[in-house]
Write a protein that binds this ligand. Structure first.
Ligand code: PLP
Length: 394
């Protein structure tokens, strides 16, 4: 079979592959603790579920909506963005999508021509590289050389070529939880404007900030920067709504218009029932978002020192946001006699039933990503198991 050349280049999602293996073991009755997947372990808040049920009972959900989403939902998004960022968008500058994943996919499809380069600071969420490839673009990894997981303008400038079309800024970042501050973002934003490079600002974790750290945004730094930015966001992470598949993008109305045409042919509207749930999520009580945020904060503060204490595990600094720890386990891999991080992770799952993701798919092979979107009890138990795995092998 001859597949299209864009698809032939694409790799499967490592996070999904590993968590599929963890799920298989769980289904066989094994006591698996799955720290591999980026999904809150909470139920969607009750008021949101009830709004969805009401929309069904009221007979509102059987039909299509506009491909770009219900007008009421767009208004709710505009209001939320205004409240969070202090920036006002018009309805023509907003599209509701089937998850933030499709917002990103559509952005790349719309912006990139064959051979256009996209700068991706490493480590990076696994799907950026593959989505850029699927659009015929060329992903260009940019390392943060001082090791703080944040790229500087000098590093971006060194990677820039006449083909550079866009840069992705994901803050708080998956997999490290690192955030860019206002000064970092101002420099990057001004550099992008000067060189006419689009910024794709993936802010999906912006509400999950801990220990007094504040989220800083790109779009409210200057009008020029806003015009060069496509803001990507969604409800999956902060509202525990991964399964509902609601994301959104805001940006220049010419870009949003073409994204809407693409969405019209590719997905049509995101599920109507999910859109009604999303209206409630954005306009209803927000206490549950804070309750979940606090739970993540407690987990981070509890497990961070415990993981650091595992021999051969090293974390640079306590992350400010998201719900992941990105841990350098090079020394542990060596002391336990494994050749690669992948072998270590595989054996950890087989022997101790703990699933974590090898860092190679995020661009850093000596690392693992541990998601703390799991109960404190499970987190503590999994750390005990990892500890006994490391000391048993050493
Ligand atoms: N962006 C980042 C950085 C993510 O980690 C994820 C999900 O893991 C997404 C986007 C996509 O989220 P969704 O499609 O569930 O809205």
């Amino acid at each position: 079979m001859r597949f299209s050349k864009n698809v032939a280049k694409v790799q499967p999602s490592a996070t999904l592959a590993l968590s599929a293996k963890a799920k298989e073991k769980k289904a066989l009755g094994m006591d698996v603790i799955d720290l591999s997947i980026g999904q809150p372990d909470f139920e969607t808040p009750k008021n949101i579920e009830e709004a969805a049920i009401k929309a069904i009972e009221d007979g509102k959900v059987s039909g299509y909506t506009a491909a770009t989403g219900l007008p009421e939902l767009k208004t709710a998004i505009i209001d939320k963005v205004k409240a969070d960022y202090g920036v006002t968008y018009k309805p023509s500058e907003v599209i509701v999508t089937t998850g933030a994943k499709f917002a990103l996919y559509a952005t790349f499809q719309v912006l990139l021509n064959e051979g256009d380069e996209v700068l991706i600071p490493v480590p990076a969420w696994v799907s950026y590289v593959e989505q850029v490839r699927l659009s015929g673009g060329v992903p260009v990894s940019v390392d943060s050389l001082d090791g703080d997981y944040k790229v500087t303008v000098d590093e971006l400038e060194a990677a820039r070529t006449p083909k550079t079309k866009a840069v992705i800024i994901n803050s708080p970042q998956n997999p490290t939880g690192t955030t860019y501050n206002r000064e970092d973002l101002t420099q990057i934003g001004n550099w992008a404007v000067k060189n006419d490079i689009m910024i794709i600002s993936d802010d999906i974790y912006s509400h999950l900030m801990y220990n007094g750290h504040q989220f800083d945004a790109l779009i409210n730094i200057s009008e020029d920067i806003r015009k060069h930015t496509v803001l990507i966001h969604g409800l999956s992470k902060s509202y525990a709504m991964t399964g509902w598949r609601i994301g959104y993008a805001l940006g220049d109305e010419r870009i949003i218009k073409v994204m809407s045409i693409l969405a019209g042919h590719a997905t049509g509207n995101p599920a109507t029932v999910s859109q009604y749930a999303a209206i409630e999520a954005l306009t209803g009580p927000q206490e549950s978002v804070e309750t979940m945020r606090k739970a993540f904060e407690t987990r981070l503060n509890t497990i961070y020192p415990l993981i650091q204490a595992i021999p051969g595990f090293e974390i640079k600094e306590k992350p400010a946001g998201a719900f992941y720890l990105f841990v350098n386990i090079k020394d542990a891999v060596q002391s336990t006699g494994f050749t690669t991080t992948e072998d270590f992770c595989e054996e950890l799952l087989d022997q101790k039933f703990v699933a974590v993701i090898p860092g190679r798919s995020f661009g850093m092979p000596d690392y693992i990503r541990i998601s703390y979107a799991a109960s404190l009890e499970d987190l503590k138990e999994s750390i005990d198991r990892i500890q006994s795995f490391v000391s048993g092998k050493a």
